[in-house]
Design a protein around this ligand. Structure first.
Ligand SMILES: Cc1ncc(COP(=O)(O)O)c(C=O)c1O
Length: 477
């Protein structure tokens, strides 16, 4: 490949990328999902001879463009999915062009230090203990895995068991306390760690899916020995925050009674709230806990995939994740990323975090948290005022749970009809959930690009489809 070919590839990819980003305002949020059609455009025989990279890229862009979801646009409100901040986009391009394999400072010094600085900024911005260690991993799932691996190490170390050396056979039992409805990735992390879902004690929640401190107190009273508790900063359905001060007090008491105790916070949805002064009351006590997981690719709006694991006890974090081999070079004295997460070879995914934090600044991160909360409330207020829907949760952050009110009482069917109508038309995208046995629509405002106009457009489509689905309107009204 000649050097000039880089430019032809960049031109092809850049034109396609810009075309896509420019189309976000108008394209349907959800593309056609015609499996056969997608296959038909991509599934060519793999020829013996290759094709020029420029041509491959421009054909790939043409082939896939009709089937790409407008996730980076402002009207994707499904699941909990962040958009793409321009600084993150630029940093991703650089990280790809640099092609750094970034496990060690020795091999990739520039990006290793950028990640070290991003890690320090995050700890500072979130008001977490200064000595905390940070790992950049692939997502919330692996961030929780990392935090719980450090927890497992530490609570067993405190009873004299080296889990990294001896494994779990014969180990003192570890009890893991979660709340009802704990995110599926917490349960999966426990499976990966050999703790198993049966090590769980499940504690009841209040109406907003916050762990009930009285129920946690009762549960802890029955537990003796190594204990891990998992709570949440931003519930996936309600966006609620657990009472971290109450949890920290109970953990302190449990520890004082002789039980090694570690509290992990699943902050995939809203750990960033800690950067906003207006959220201070909701996250009080967060800094008293032991580890925190969050996503760069959700509210921070870096590209997929990026998760962040933070531990107060850096030694436990390192003991759980570090790796040695004779051919590695880890003695430079600098931070080597591979000691803080489960990857070995890895992309420098902390670099877009560095760039996005710099572009937003402290105030910009706080403003982002506040803006998505305000926009979530805009949805909630308008839907309530319409008389066609009820808001099931107290909207304290970016998540809204909606019950569409069907005249025939089949609210779940109406929720599905409204979501399908809006999705098919393409103006916005929402997903549903079954919450306490009831089918509801969820709204997640997680994109830096979402503005009032996006919310209003989405509201107009939602209410129109609600009228259509209840037979109160024709297509045109
Ligand atoms: C509360 C919660 N925890 C964990 C996760 C998992 O994060 P990821 O999808 O980045 O692995 C999610 C994803 O939506 C979540 O909402």
């Amino acid at each position: 490949m000649r050097r000039s070919d880089w430019k032809s590839v960049l031109d092809a990819a850049g034109a396609a990328a810009l075309g896509h980003l420019d189309s976000l305002a108008d394209r349907p949020v959800l593309p056609s999902a015609d499996y056969e059609a997608i296959h038909a455009v991509l599934d060519r025989p793999l020829a013996a001879g290759g094709i020029e990279a420029r041509q491959v890229i421009s054909e790939l862009a043409d082939d896939l463009e009709p089937y790409i979801t407008a996730q980076a646009g402002g009207r994707y409100f499904g699941f909990v999915v962040g958009g793409l901040h321009p600084a993150a986009f630029g940093a991703e391009l650089l990280v790809t062009a640099w092609d750094q394999n970034a496990p060690m400072f020795a091999g990739a010094p520039g990006v290793a230090v950028a990640e070290e600085v991003a890690a320090r900024w995050l700890v500072d911005l979130l008001g977490l203990p200064q000595q905390s260690s940070v790992g950049f991993v692939t997502g919330g799932q692996m961030a929780t895995f990392t935090g719980l691996a450090a927890a497992r190490h530490e609570v067993l170390r405190e009873v004299g068991w080296d889990v990294e050396a001896r494994g779990l056979p014969g180990a003192p039992p570890v009890t893991v306390v979660v709340k009802t409805g704990a995110h599926a990735t917490v349960l999966r992390a426990l499976r990966f760690l050999g703790l198993g879902e049966q090590a769980l004690v499940t504690v009841a929640c209040d109406d907003e899916d916050r762990i009930r401190p009285d129920a946690l107190r009762e549960a802890l009273a029955t537990i003796h020995g190594p204990t891990i508790v998992v709570v949440e900063s931003g519930n996936v359905n309600t966006g609620a925050f657990d009472d971290f001060d109450a949890v920290a007090d109970l953990a302190d008491e449990h520890r004082a009674a002789g039980n090694p105790t570690w509290v992990h916070v699943d902050g995939a949805v809203m750990l960033l709230a800690a950067a906003s002064r207006s959220m201070a009351g909701r996250v009080a006590g967060l800094d008293r806990l032991d580890s925190w997981s969050t996503d760069g690719h959700k509210l921070l709006n870096v590209a997929y995939d990026c998760g962040i694991a933070i531990c107060r006890n850096a030694a436990a974090h390192r003991a759980a994740m570090s790796v040695q081999a004779a051919y590695l070079e880890q003695d430079s004295g600098a931070r080597d990323p591979l000691g803080w997460g489960p990857d070995f070879s890895r992309r420098a995914r902390g670099v877009p975090v560095y760039a996005t934090l710099r572009a937003l600044g402290r105030d910009g991160v706080a403003e982002l948290v506040e803006r998505v909360t305000t926009l979530a409330r805009r949805f909630a207020d308008a839907l309530t005022a319409s008389g066609r829907a009820e808001i099931v949760n107290d909207v304290v952050s970016n998540q809204v749970l909606v019950r569409w009110l069907a005249p025939d009482g089949d609210h779940g069917r109406l929720a599905d009809a409204v979501m399908t109508g809006v999705r098919t038309e393409g103006r916005a995208f929402f997903t549903g959930t079954t919450y306490r046995g009831e089918r509801l629509m969820r709204i997640s405002v997680s994109d830096w690009a979402t503005d009032e106009d996006d919310v209003d457009q989405a509201l107009e489509a939602l209410l129109r489809h609600a009228r259509l689905a209840t037979g109160v309107a024709t297509e045109a009204s």
